[in-house]
Design a protein. Structure first.
Ligand code: ADP
Ligand code: ZN
Length: 634
């Protein structure tokens, strides 16, 4: 409103000033006025040259006197009856001019001009007021004040990323007591870049810093700044910092900063990149502009640090970078404990084993897992969430919903059962492979069946043997189909792709092949989201050798799988039969079937169901699933 008042004030000053000028001008240019009788006198005694009529106002000009050397002059007078006068002047040598009376038109025009000007002033002021309101709303909308009823997030709510917490603790200390730092002349970084895959807790961490320090928190996403119109983003950035300075000390958090801070050399489409680079420039200018005394800390998060403009990382901007990676097993356990506290679980639940079951899960995925498990429990009417709920929830997250309604022919199911049994047997037979967890032929998501192994530890480096075994396990599915039915199905598509990928990496990236030596032949397009790999340029001969080596490795593994399975063909048959009946088997059940078949092979008397020592097909069998398996398979 202040703007409107100011602009109206300016308008009135202008009106008065211009009106005054006009008045002075007309006064200065006004002709002397004479009475009608004076005019009559002049008419008879002097030499009038022109008379200019505007209504009954007449401007009279005299010629300079020829004889008496009197100068020419002009004056104005009012004539009572112009027509009569004109008739009287007929014989005289006077030039008579008629003018239209324009004074009214001019006055009307002026009035119109002022009215239009007034309207323009008001409209412009109002739109400016609206824009300012919106802009300050843009910043205040995203503001979380420390005591405004939001749940305060603290470091206790963040787990699994202890290194990052340690690094950011200093910022909390600074925000709580800036004087402590300024006293000794220490400057705290203005900007911290949190980089890591999505869902690892970057936003959570930023909020926890604000919560710990008890300062206001502005939370934006990079895309908030990018609008269709060039310049909007930049002005938003300026407004944001103007607002933030009012609330300092505070934290400004920009999520997905890559939306504005993507590399400018990327050559994106002209207008889009123009807006983005203007926004980015505004951000950089603002960050350069505020000093360490302003007590604003800018935190930004990205999962594409590789595409960020290098200008962002210069000193005085985001000069501190904190990597946030998915948690390790202890981290996962801690995160499960944090989120598990929000739901009701059975008291003896083994969260450690659940953490073990979820290698590579991020914080967000674990939070989701806990919620899904609670939903599972609620759906089946349980009072508390138990281990099976977590297991089901995990399968659902990893592989999608069970497709119970999917109809498969008996033949396809049989092939599938052999396929999965093949994977499982190889996984059990090879040393240094992850232990078996579950085999299932229930289709889920896009996968028809699944053989799951469980890593007891988080592996950070893989040995040659481990990788080779992994390929052999992957080949187990196809090998079983081949052995049992002497035919190949498309079911092995995913396995073959994965095996090829591992083999290629072993040879071209990890230098694990004798012939190729310790040399890299492909490079990764780095980034947390896993970019694409590209083969480096190489001689034709080299490419041929690489192809040959990959093929050799894959076929060796495949043949190895065939050998193992043909030696254990009886087990393969039993396992597939069991799977067809109960659809899902775990490690323990696998071991029982294994023991049974070995028993049966060595003990020729074991032909009748009651003879099975491990699973005597009696109702008392403790393993609920196994008891359903008809003994003839075993
Ligand atoms: P990002 O910003 O990295 O994409 P978020 O911070 O938005 O991830 O994480 C989403 C949710 O996942 C959080 O609200 C929180 O519930 C959960 N979460 C993620 N990481 C963690 C963690 N390290 N500790 C506890 N919870 C986490
Ligand atoms: Zn398979």
């Amino acid at each position: 409103m202040a703007i409107l008042a100011r602009n109206l004030f300016i308008f009135f000053i202008f009106t008065i000033f211009s009106g005054g000028c006009y008045l002075i001008w007309t006064i200065e240019h006004r002709l002397p006025e004479r009475t009608y009788s004076e005019f009559r006198y002049c008419l008879s005694h002097h030499d009038i040259s022109d008379m200019s009529f505007t209504g009954n106002r007449v401007v009279i000009s005299h010629r300079a006197g020829e004889t008496d050397s009197s100068p020419g002059f002009t004056y104005i007078t009012t004539v009572p009856n112009p027509e009569e006068l004109i008739a009287e002047l007929k014989d005289k040598d006077i030039r008579i001019i008629f003018n239209k009376d324009r004074s009214e038109i001019i006055l009307q025009g002026l009035a119109l001009f002022y009215i239009v000007l007034l309207i323009i002033v008001i409209v412009l002021s109002l739109s400016r007021i609206k824009k300012e309101e919106q802009e300050s709303k843009f910043a205040t909308d995203k503001l979380i004040m420390p005591n405004d009823g939001h749940k305060v997030v603290t470091f206790k709510d963040v787990a699994g990323i202890p290194e990052a917490l340690e690094e950011l603790e200093e910022i909390v200390v600074f925000l709580k007591n800036p004087a402590q730092f300024s006293q000794v002349g220490a400057t705290i970084p203005k900007g911290v870049l949190l980089q890591g895959p999505p869902g690892t807790g970057k936003t959570l961490l930023a909020r926890a810093i604000a919560g710990e320090a008890g300062v206001p928190f502005y939370s934006f996403s990079g895309s908030d700044f990018v609008e269709m119109f060039v310049g909007v983003g930049a002005s938003r950035v300026r407004d944001l910092f103007k607002e933030a300075k009012k609330n300092a000390p505070c934290i400004v958090f920009i999520d997905e900063i890559d939306a504005v801070g993507g590399s400018r050399s990327g050559g994106a489409s002209a207008s889009g990149s123009d807006e983005r680079s203007q926004t980015l420039n505004a951000l950089l200018v603002e960050m350069d502009g505020f000093g360490s005394t302003d007590n604003i800390i800018v935190l930004a998060a990205t999962n594409r640090p590789d595409i960020l403009d290098s200008a962002l990382r210069r000193p005085g901007r985001f000069d501190r970078q904190v990597n946030i990676l998915p948690p390790d097993i202890n981290g996962r356990l801690n995160i499960l404990q944090i989120h598990g506290a929000k739901i009701k679980m059975v008291s003896d639940i083994d969260l450690h084993q659940i953490a073990q079951m979820c290698p590579g899960f991020t914080g967000a995925e674990l939070a989701n897992l806990v919620n899904e498990a609670a939903l599972m429990a609620a759906r089946s009417g349980k009072k508390a969430v138990d281990f099976t709920d977590f297991e089901l929830a995990r399968d659902r997250i990893l592989m999608g919903v069970e497709r119970k309604g999917m109809i498969m022919t008996e033949k396809d199911r049989t092939i599938l059962a052999y396929h999965e049994a093949g994977h499982a047997i190889i996984a059990k037979s090879l040393p240094d492979a992850d232990p078996l967890h579950k085999i299932t032929i229930i289709p889920r998501g896009r996968a028809l069946g699944q053989t799951q192994q469980l890593a007891l530890i988080d592996r950070h480096a893989y040995s040659y043997i481990y990788l080779k075994n992994r390929i052999t396990i992957l080949m187990g599915g196809r090998a079983a189909e081949d052995l049992a039915f002497n035919q190949r199905s498309t079911g092995a598509q995913g396995d073959i792709l994965q095996a090829t990928e591992i083999a290629t990496n072993m040879i071209c990236k990890w230098g694990m092949n004798e012939t190729m030596g310790p040399q890299a032949f492909i490079i990764d397009d780095s980034g947390f989201l896993g970019g694409s790999s590209q083969r480096l340029s190489m001689a034709n001969e080299t490419a041929k050798t690489i192809d040959h080596e990959i093929k050799t490795l894959l076929t060796t593994c495949y043949e190895n799988a065939v050998t193992i399975l043909s030696q254990k063909f009886y087990l393969l048959k039993s396992l597939a039969g069991a799977l067809l009946q109960v659809e899902t088997l775990d490690n323990e059940e696998f071991d029982m079937i294994l023991a049974c078949t070995e028993n049966k092979k060595t003990n020729s008397r074991h032909s009748d169901e009651s003879d099975c020592t491990i699973c005597p097909a009696s109702q008392s069998c403790i393993h609920s699933k196994i008891k359903k398996i008809s003994p003839c398979i075993l």
